[in-house]
Design a protein around this ligand. Sequence first.
Ligand code: PEP
Length: 254
Amino acid sequence: MRRKVIAGNWKMYHNPAETKEFFEKFTELVKDTPNEVIICVPYIDVAAALESTAGTNIKIGTQNLNHEEAGALTGDVSCKMLQDIGIKYSIIGHSERRQYHHETDDFINLKIKAAFAHDIVPILCVGESLLEREKGIAKYKICTQIVMDFDGLTAEQAKKVVIAYEPIWAIGTGKTASAEDANEACKWIREEIRSLYGDEVADAIIIQYGGSVKPTNAKELFSMSDIDGGLVGGASLKPEDFAEIVNFERNENI
Ligand code: PEP
């Protein structure tokens, strides 16, 4: 059975003092979970987050990286710099970066390869817009992203990628995909991986759902056959809420 991986995406929220305050509460609340817990914080919070979580079961990631080792790239942070300070995870290809920073699948593919070269596990986001879903091309969109983003990866690397299926229309909107629709999309992704890499990789790869996951819907979503956890934005900012999501198995109301 695949493990559950639950990751938070703080986006552009929380300063280092708030980061310390968050982990003072959160660490205790999730210390007994069997699930893998990752929080992807803004760059300015990385030092505080690493210090606050040293010796715990919580892993710290970033929300982006630059694929170059170093260079005249104002405002960017390289995968080498992240590796040097002990970062092991990074979100790559979030829809907000695809939309506002015009990141293409070719560019995302470069970042994934650079992440692996620096021992960083990519949390790769894919997903369709509302229009693409309404036009019946969601599967085509998602599978195209998978083919392009995985281009040139070995089976060993592919197996380690954490894929987050995030329908764009569900991110930060309060609208969640139904558990059945989310599971169906995660299955499309798994079958695409199967056709690219075979059974071993397809059956092992972690595929999360992301898009308005909350304490009240996490258990239903994460109990589906092909959903191996979640990528959580807004609800990862409060320690109590995110801990409830991480500890979703304990929710007795569902
Ligand atoms: C996200 O930022 O990846 C996300 C899924 O956000 P939210 O949970 O707020 O919809």
